[in-house]
Design a protein around this ligand. Structure first.
Ligand SMILES: Cc1cc2nc3c(=O)[nH]c(=O)nc-3n(C[C@H](O)[C@H](O)[C@H](O)COP(=O)(O)OP(=O)(O)OC[C@H]3O[C@@H](n4cnc5c(N)ncnc54)[C@H](O)[C@@H]3O)c2cc1C
Length: 324
């Protein structure tokens, strides 16, 4: 008898899980509450290794038909002081509007049923891929924002750090540039939650985006909570994947890689009847180290010595250390 699996959340982790499980012959039902396609607050920077994961799911060729932008360089900007390095292999920029729709429609093509509400039936195995925790007490919470721009696009992912926040600028498909930031509540409030005003207050960013035109209203999310549940014992038959398992600071641009990787592993584990706690320990071994290093670097980025430390350290080493 094939396994019957319910996947809660049809984002990247949920769809990777569904496709992996379908390829093992499992019966898969996805419940996704949002209507796709939809824009989503995200830097839309895909680590080079995503292609390997997509390929193993039979999704590399469809991914390239969406013509993601290529990125070969990284530019880190600390109040005008820059660190530049080239990537070991190209990274990709594809909007979540395109990518998430591609993954969900492909999961359907692979034979998964997609529902907008949780069905009443009992499922012996559930993959929890419903994204990150979203509630936190008021105070110094973090908020994310994003919009697409037209204008000079290049082949770099640029990160502009200011105080406890930062803004990423990188190309996506169709010659568009994605601008996505994360800032503490106090900073957002000081700018009346107006992202244009915040950008105008950071000279290097103001200069970079000065000749560009915003193509959509700013989208905003928050609060953004960093959390990991590796150490929690999951209930029997519940496989947590993507941000629902661990949400790392997005400056690394490795969240989507982690979501695809853990989603695929959760789908395989559930379809093969592997115990959920064993799957989770494997994920902790695979993701825990790079996510832990990312947390330490995030802490360091807030220190006044961050620009000097960034100059001294190898960019490629930092890049490799912050992704699985
Ligand atoms: C500001 C910001 C910038 C980022 N930039 C990058 C980047 O550049 N590169 C990168 O790799 N990562 C980035 N990330 C991280 C990345 O967005 C996430 O790691 C990734 O989206 C996780 O995928 P997921 O499938 O786990 O969750 P999601 O993509 O959030 O998908 C979860 C899905 O579950 C659905 N859902 C939720 N609750 C329910 C429910 N009860 N029933 C049914 N459906 C439900 C939601 O509608 C959603 O579609 C960024 C994150 C933020 C906040």
């Amino acid at each position: 008898m094939p396994e019957r699996i319910l996947v809660v959340g049809g984002g990247l982790a949920g769809t990777a899980a569904a496709i992996a499980a379908r390829r093992q012959g499992a019966e898969v039902t996805i419940v996704e509450k949002s209507r796709f396609p939809r824009h989503k607050v995200c830097g839309e920077f895909l680590s080079p290794r995503v292609v390997e994961i997509l390929d193993s799911l039979g999704m590399a060729a469809p991914f390239f038909t969406r013509e993601p932008a290529l990125m070969r360089r990284v530019i880190l900007n600390f109040a005008g002081r820059e660190k530049r390095f080239s990537l070991p292999s190209p990274a990709y920029g594809l909007s979540r509007f395109e990518l998430d729709e591609l993954m969900l429609s492909s999961a359907r093509t692979f034979g998964a049923t997609v529902l907008s509400e949780r069905p009443a039936d009992e499922f012996p195995r559930t993959i929890l891929a419903n994204g990150r925790t979203q509630s936190a007490p008021k105070g110094n919470r973090l908020f994310g924002f994003k919009a697409h721009f037209t204008g000079e696009a290049n082949d770099a992912v640029e990160l502009y750090f200011f105080g406890e926040g930062y803004v990423g600028v990188n190309p996506v498909e169709g010659g568009m540039t994605n601008v996505c930031g994360l800032a503490p509540e106090s900073v957002m409030r000081a700018h009346g939650f107006d992202s244009d005003s915040l950008i105008a207050s950071v000279p290097a960013l103001r200069e970079r985006l000065g000749s560009m035109r915003r193509q959509m209203d700013w989208l905003r999310v928050g609060p953004v909570i960093f959390a990991n549940r590796f150490a929690e014992t999951p209930p029997a038959g519940e496989y947590r994947a993507g941000d629902a398992l661990s949400f790392v600071d997005p400056f690394t641009g490795s969240g989507m890689l982690g979501a695809l990787l853990s989603g695929r592993a959760a789908g395989l584990a559930a379809a093969r009847g592997q115990a959920a706690d064993q799957y989770q320990s494997e994920m902790q071994r695979e993701l825990g180290r790079s996510f832990g290093i990312s947390r330490i670097i995030r802490w360091g980025l807030r220190k006044p010595w961050a620009p000097w430390a960034a100059q001294a350290l190898s960019g490629r080493l930092l890049f490799a250390a912050t992704r699985p």
